[in-house]
Structures are given as structure tokens and as C-alpha cells.
Design a protein around this ligand. Structure first.
Ligand code: FMN
Length: 184
């Protein structure tokens, strides 16, 4: 069975981030055809087109990490019904310089989450708009709007909500099949 590497980009900087916990839970679910590189965005400086002549080392490292991956999975919360600024910045950094986007053509998935009921639907779909422009084929089904994330993890960060474990397992199976199909 072929193995595909997945850059899992986490849209929150918070130490106790639910998005980060979901990313780690995905890794622990250990799908046989996927390996994960969890990418956090704390060290990524703001995009500034003036710096492209000599891009900051953190941009270069981020672009390389995305470039190396076969696929990209975004795990993100919603801020004010949209994508958190740190994640939008990462998309902007990875997408440039023009014509050399690290994201170009990579199969993608989006898992949005919230303690609230709507599961960060707004962030999920704003992100879809950018990824479509970036020529990233996005897994359509199952959609992943995870609401009520507040009781999904214990004090150690382990996933304790069986319904979510089941859903993430199914999601990974669909994502792995999608990546394999795109990489044919
Ligand atoms: C600036 C800000 C805006 C937020 N806006 C939303 C929102 O629009 N929708 C929502 O469901 N939750 C919103 N929240 C609550 C987040 O879903 C919650 O803080 C979540 O835990 C953040 O994700 P994380 O756990 O991965 O850090 C917002 C939180 C912050 C700090």
C-alpha cells in the first residue's frame, strides 16, 4: 500500500487548542497509508511582499514543509465567522511568490471545530474559497464541522468522545482514498 505524507496545519496558537488536540488525535488514529507532520504557526512571521527578495527563514521553512507533503489537512477553529488571522497569514505565505505556490495542486481536507454548535462552518467555507483559488482539490464528503468540541478531550489531551473518534476514523479513511485518487 502506498503511503502519503500529510502536512496538518493547525489554525490556532493556543497551548490547549482543541484544533491542536484534534491534529494529535488524527496522528494517534494511525491510518496505515498516511503519515502526519503537524505544522503549528507560532513562529511564522507576517507576510510582507517587500521581503520576497530575501524571504525570512521561517517562510522558507514553512514553504518547504508544505512542498514536501503529498497533501494538506487544515484543522482550524473559527474566529468571528471566518478563518483565524494566523491561518490566513500561513496561506498567504505559502502561496507566494506568484507562480510558485507551495500549495499548488495538493489535495486538501478541512476539519473545522468549535465548542459551539455550528462547528465553525463559516471558517470552513471561507477557507474553501482560498483553497479553490490555490488550485487545491478539496475532499467534499464527509464534511467536517465538529461542534461541541469542549468535552472531547481529557486533562491529558486524549480523545475521550467515542462519537468523534468514530467520525475522525471515517474522515481519515475518506481522506486517504481521496489523496490516493488524486496522486494516481
Ligand atoms: C477572537 C475570537 C473569535 C471567535 N469567534 C468565534 C466564532 O466566530 N465562532 C465560533 O464558533 N467560535 C468563536 N470563537 C471561540 C473559539 O471557537 C474557541 O475559543 C476555540 O476554543 C478556539 O479554538 P482552539 O481551541 O483551537 O484554540 C472565537 C474565539 C476568539 C478568541
Amino acid at each position: 500500500m502506498a503511503t502519503y505524507s500529510v502536512a496538518v496545519i493547525v489554525g490556532s496558537l493556543r497551548k490547549e487548542s482543541f484544533s491542536l488536540k484534534i491534529a494529535k488525535a488524527l496522528e494517534k488514529l494511525a491510518h496505515p497509508s498516511l503519515t502526519f507532520d503537524i505544522v503549528t504557526l507560532g513562529g511564522l512571521s507576517f507576510y510582507n511582499q517587500d521581503l520576497e527578495a530575501t524571504p525570512p527563514a521561517d517562510w522558507v521553512a514553512f514553504r518547504d514543509r508544505v512542498r514536501k507533503a503529498d497533501a494538506v489537512l487544515f484543522v482550524t477553529p473559527e474566529y468571528n465567522r471566518s478563518v483565524p488571522g494566523v491561518l490566513k497569514n500561513a496561506i498567504d505565505v505559502g502561496s507566494r511568490p506568484y507562480g510558485k505556490s507551495a500549495f499548488d495542486g495538493k489535495p486538501a481536507g478541512i476539519i473545522s471545530n468549535s465548542p459551539g454548535a455550528i462547528g465553525a462552518f463559516g471558517a470552513n467555507h471561507h477557507l474553501r474559497q482560498s483553497l479553490t483559488f490555490l488550485n487545491m482539490p478539496i475532499l467534499q464528503q464527509p464534511e467536517a464541522y465538529i461542534g461541541g468540541i469542549g468535552d472531547a478531550f481529557d486533562d491529558k489531551g486524549d480523545l475521550v468522545k467515542d462519537s468523534l473518534r468514530e467520525f475522525l476514523t471515517k474522515y481519515l479513511a475518506a481522506f486517504a482514498a481521496w489523496v490516493a485518487q488524486q496522486k494516481k
